[in-house]
Design a protein around this ligand. Sequence first.
Ligand SMILES: [Zn+2]
Length: 247
Amino acid sequence: MLLILVFLYGITLGSFYNVVGLRVPVNESIVKPRSHCPNCNHTLTASELIPVLSYVLLRGKCRRCKAPISPFYPIVELATGIMFMTAPIIMGWSQELIIAWTLISLMVIIFVSDIHYMIIPDKVLIAFSVIFFAERFYHPLTPWWDSLIGALIGFTLLLVIAIVSKGGMGGGDIKLFAVIGLVIGMKLVLLSFFLSTLFGAVFGIAGMAIGKVKKGKPMPFGPYIALGTITAYFFGESILRWYIDIL
Ligand SMILES: [Zn+2]
């Protein structure tokens, strides 16, 4: 029962994160105007705003003008719901769960904004830094200063890569890794970076193979950072143990 409730919270928040990720980078308000069809400007009614379900009931089309609605919205909502629900299954109902849900939230917003605009908004990073700072204050890593070292390593590593690669890494990516380091600490921030580049390379090569990604064209790194960080956070300890066993 509780898991279903968490799932419903997740898809509802996912729908909100779509709005945040699409509006904040272009300096639009997240409350006004109400969501509308980009084709005919029809303002969506309550029954058209139910996460996932509305998309299914409307068969992916605007009720008024029948223009197709991007499947991106329900996919993000569903993914957020599934991740919210999976977190307590993996880690139990502990205090850390609040931090897990916050981290998932940030990663969903970054995913949406970076994939659409190649922007990781400062406003979002600042808001989440404040939340994470408070959360890690009450529920610190062991030792507590792992957060500080993690933030420093995340920031420095990405900064050095940005300088060496002459702009291959954006300012948003650098700041984002500082925030990630604060949340997950030194060891996991390094793993997160490794996994992010690995996912980026795999998807990049696969994308080029099917002709979706063009060589030399900049690719948003945020979606892979999101994937890499979520993987490192939930499975990092197991991955590292498995790696040490192989060695
Ligand atoms: Zn329409």
